[in-house]
Design a protein around this ligand. Structure first.
Ligand SMILES: [Zn+2]
Length: 366
């Protein structure tokens, strides 16, 4: 044992003597609270019955809080994120404590977060049971009143994993690790003015009521934010977009931005539809239903389904959207025509053969 080690143990022993209970070996004894974080979710993607399902809350922030001595104030002792596989956490402090608990927060690192309002900026949070030492907490369930905040936190993992930015931990290549923009969702159960991305004001996604029951809705709105990020804080000038419908003509700028957002949601979830928070579903596939849709590149459903076919496993873009993400990081497109006619060639993507055939099958001809 080194002299400094002896000295520090002496200090601990002295401090312990003053506090009256801390033994000399206290600093070597970790205190850990372990468990798994879960949330309940009314699953709109499963249909209008919206069955209540239980899911692991993955990559969700936790903080270990505690009182080192009985009379002291609680302080944050450590922090981390839940595991990807099962929402597991192991929250440890190197030392003994008088009281300890885990605080769960509606965010994932600093990459994305859910706050209650633009004004307070406060995240949702709740505490585990308070303990006096190491213990397994088993399964910790997010309180029902705030479960939709964790639905958002958990769902955004899927988009983050598909973001195709090998150059940094950020959402796009425009930012360096450590200086990433945070994707912010505002959700409040009683909020009715909601269901949009608040551009160009806060640039937050605003959701209310049961809207997070649809993962397509979460990812559609995140898709608007992602397009703005890919264009390095630029966004097409959008007109004639309020309201807009998947199957109806709006404008080329509206169809491009809304069609892209629809495609982001379906691509991320690996399906071919849009599902709203009632559980009602609109197919984006070419089938007898879509034959009745309006035609051309002013129709968001035509644009979105074209993108999905270009990115499909058997499509001309290599089986995924990665090269579109790359080209959008370099080339701003005001509308789908510019994306297809000008920017795809610049990004090395085809505009003839199967790509042209795909657009034609969705009533778009350039
Ligand atoms: Zn939208």
């Amino acid at each position: 044992m080194s002299r400094s080690r002896v000295a520090s143990l002496l200090i601990v022993a002295l401090t312990g003597a003053v506090a009256g209970f801390v033994p000399a070996t206290a600093e070597a004894t970790p205190t850990c609270l372990t468990g798994r974080l879960e949330y309940s979710h009314y699953d709109a993607e499963a249909g209008t019955r919206k069955p209540l399902v239980t899911q692991a809350a993955r990559n969700a922030n936790w903080e270990l809080w505690g009182k080192v001595t009985a009379g002291s104030a609680a302080t944050r002792l450590s922090s981390g994120i839940t595991a990807v596989g099962d929402g597991a956490f192991s929250a440890c402090h190197q030392g003994r404590v008088a009281e300890v608990y885990v605080k769960f927060l509606s965010a994932s690192t600093t990459m994305w977060r859910v706050i209650k309002s633009e004004g307070t900026q406060a995240q949702y949070s709740f505490e585990s049971a308070h303990k006096t030492g190491s213990q397994s907490l088993g399964t910790v369930r997010v309180p029902a009143s705030m479960q939709r905040a964790w639905t958002i936190v958990d769902t955004l993992n899927a988009l983050y994993w598909k973001r195709n930015n090998p150059s940094s931990a950020c959402w796009t290549k425009h930012q360096e690790t450590g200086a990433c923009d945070t994707l912010t969702f505002v959700w409040e159960q009683n909020r009715t003015d909601s269901g949009y991305w608040d551009y160009p004001d806060t640039n937050y996604v605003i959701l209310g009521q049961n809207e997070p029951d649809s993962k397509h809705t979460i990812l559609h709105e995140a898709g608007h934010w992602l397009q703005w990020q890919l264009y390095d804080h630029a966004f097409p000038r959008v007109s004639g977009c309020n309201p807009h419908y998947i199957e109806q003509a709006s404008s080329t700028s509206c169809a491009w931005t809304e069609g892209f957002a629809d495609a982001v949601a379906a691509y991320t979830l690996g399906d071919y539809r849009y599902v709203d928070d009632s559980g009602a579903s609109t197919s984006l596939r070419n089938d007898p239903d879509t034959a009745d849709w309006d035609a051309g590149d002013k129709v968001q459903g035509r644009v979105g389904s074209s993108l999905l076919d270009l990115w499909a496993p058997d499509g001309p873009d290599g089986g995924n959207w990665d090269r579109t993400i790359e080209l959008m990081s370099d080339e701003f497109s005001q509308n789908f025509r510019e994306y297809f006619v000008s920017d795809r060639p610049a990004g090395g993507l085809s505009t003839t053969g199967p790509a042209r055939t795909i657009l034609g099958s969705h009533t778009i001809t350039y």
